[in-house]
Write a protein that binds this ligand. Sequence first.
Ligand SMILES: [Zn+2]
Length: 328
Amino acid sequence: MCCSAQLTEKDLVPQSLNPAYLDAIKGMRFFDPHVHMTSRTTDDYQAMADAGVAAIIEPAFWLGQPRTGVDTFRDYYSSLVGWERFRSSQFGIKHYCTIGLNSKEANNEALSEQVMEILPLFIYKEGVVGVGEIGFDDQTALEEKYYRAQLLLAKEAGLPVQIHTPHRDKKQGTQKSMDIAIEMGLDPHMVIVDHNNEETVKEVLDRGFWAAFTIYPFTKMGNERMVEVVKQYGTERIMVNSAADWGISDPLAVPKTAALMLERGISKADVELVTYRNAITAFAQSGQINEADFEQPGEIDQSLKYNGSTVLRGGQQPRPNKQSTIIR
Ligand SMILES: [Zn+2]
């Protein structure tokens, strides 16, 4: 028998679509220090806000295909300090960014020279908490040239550095990134080494750098491995991020990892350090983070506009109930 039963309101609007992990972390706040929101949707912003993500850092990165001119870099950096920050605010999330020339595109020397010229116009802007993400991809000579140049820029500006470590030859690339940072006179306490794993974490911590971990589905670090890292190495100078971007990734990786850590017996105070406090301590060295801006959930007015644009589409009411199956 088929199709005779009428769907009731109850079928259409389940009692609760809240996944169980949200109960475990209720009332907690999170800081995701690496997430590329330009590539994400308003649904992601809403889900992050609902899960307790209070503030984020969006590093400048590669957009998936090579840029052909300096103007697209300029517009991209402008959007990180402008439109994207506004979009984030419309979901009650404080948005910061790091500005830099990514390692992949550093291999285009003619273009890199032009990008280096405009970087100083952006790194001193409000809400820019570091130079990043910079470092190595294929570990070429040109990548090293622009990595060094940007380390110098960060040092002169007194800004933290957010280092992207390579996915291939990770251990060697991570060592090389740290060696060069020290050689260029940077204090390891001003350098956040990202995309760590079990192979790199010990040396990064031993040498006094911050060790960030990206929780990616299927690759890099899963969050069960992250739980074990914290159990083994503790919480000092360790932070967790989602690095969610245009690829298969999870913008809720930080709150989900926090829930898993609690479930696996890590104390709430320790979870708070690696999913909130440590990232703030590291990037507040920029002088750009005022915790009062995101300590309390602020008022959200989604009818606000940025240069005449809003996140609402014609006739939409702010903050619709996303739990309902019915889309009105
Ligand atoms: Zn990234």
